[in-house]
Design a protein around this ligand. Structure first.
Ligand code: HMG
Ligand code: MG
Length: 287
């Protein structure tokens, strides 16, 4: 059996937050329940953000209440502020994620805060999470390219990553939000970030806009990264990142890693079923 690489399934959150159709809670629950049988340790399925900013995630508490929780699976939720954190705790999320950016333009557009202000907002979340033993993941968007500010310096990503890690984030997920990264820009970014956060605490979160996500995953594997976010059926995007396509598809990453000799521990048949479901949801046909 090959070396272990984990896929962190983000389709029910990153995927569905960007669908035009208001997807009924029951469909989301059915997708998460299907994914729960695929062998993932972590599935992101909720986001406690302002419904004015992202109406698609408004039913997150109902989704967490409706799913059948499988043993050994952690159900994750995004939390931009204390209100979101409290709602996530009340809804029994197993872990939460704060999300920052490496570029000011995207930070402002996505969470209406400077990078500095966003980090200040995370301080009480980290304290409250520590008190109740809730794991917190840290996202950084625009790790190579920003739709507003252009190319992003690797040093800036390293600075934000170090701060999130020092605050207590157990893992830092590095987002190529608009899918414009190349293996070269990913390598340069990871070399800077792994100087301040160990590679085994990093994850790659690559959108596939330009079709380079798998090549960027290969470049990341070469730098020691062993966790990758992906969305079943290639769902996704970010409403505040113009032109961002979906996350790299879970089924494509799983097949690619298997061909390269890595073991994801995932059941390809279940993932194929979930991908069919995700595509039907996208077409508006439900599950
Ligand atoms: P704001 O407008 O500056 O803040 O938004 P506010 O405090 O004035 O709040 C505005 C309204 O939202 C108020 O309601 C608040 O009560 C309410 P009103 O008084 O107008 O009726 N509100 C909330 N409601 C529910 N839950 C909450 C919450 N907080 C405030 N937690 C804010 C600031 C951060 C809230 C807003 O900008 C926001 O929600 N942004 C989220 C944007 C988002 O979700 N983007 C997508 C996720 S990130 C992503 O996809 C990237 C990632 O995948 C990695 C990558 O690919 O790069 C992670
Ligand atoms: Mg994303």
């Amino acid at each position: 059996m090959g070396e272990r690489v984990e896929i962190f399934e983000v389709g029910p959150r990153d995927g569905l937050q960007n669908e035009k159709r208001a997807i009924p809670v029951a469909e989301k629950v059915a997708l998460v329940d299907c994914l729960s049988g695929a062998g993932f340790s972590r599935i992101e399925c909720a986001s406690f953000v302002s419904p004015k900013w992202v109406p698609q995630m408004a039913g997150s508490a109902e989704v967490l209440a409706g799913i059948a929780r499988a043993p050994g699976v952690r159900y994750a939720a995004l939390t931009p502020n204390m209100r979101g954190f409290q709602d996530a705790v009340a809804a029994r999320a197993s872990e939460v994620a704060v999300f920052a950016a490496a570029s000011e333009g995207f930070s402002k557009a996505n969470i209406n805060a400077t990078i500095e202000e966003s980090i200040a907002r995370f301080v009480p979340i980290m304290e409250a999470a520590r008190e109740i033993g809730m794991p917190v993941r840290g996202y950084i968007s625009c790790v190579t390219d920003c739709p507003y500010d252009g190319a992003v310096a690797p040093g800036k990503v390293a600075e934000v990553a170090e701060r999130l890690f020092d605050m207590g984030c157990y893992e830092i997920s590095l987002g190529d939000t608009i899918g414009q990264a190349t293996p070269e820009s990913i390598t340069a970014m990871l070399q800077a970030v792994s100087g301040v956060v160990p590679a085994d605490r990093l994850a790659g979160h690559y959108h596939d806009t330009a079709g380079r996500a798998l090549a960027n995953i290969d470049a990341s594997l070469a730098q020691g990264v062993r966790v990758f976010d992906a969305a079943v059926g290639g769902l996704g995007g970010c409403p505040y990142a113009p032109g961002a396509a979906g996350n790299v598809a879970t089924e494509a990453v799983q097949a690619h890693l298997a061909r390269s000799g890595y073991d994801t521990g995932l059941d390809a048949a279940v993932i194929a079923r979930a991908a069919d479901m995700a595509r039907a949801m996208r077409r508006g046909e439900g599950s």
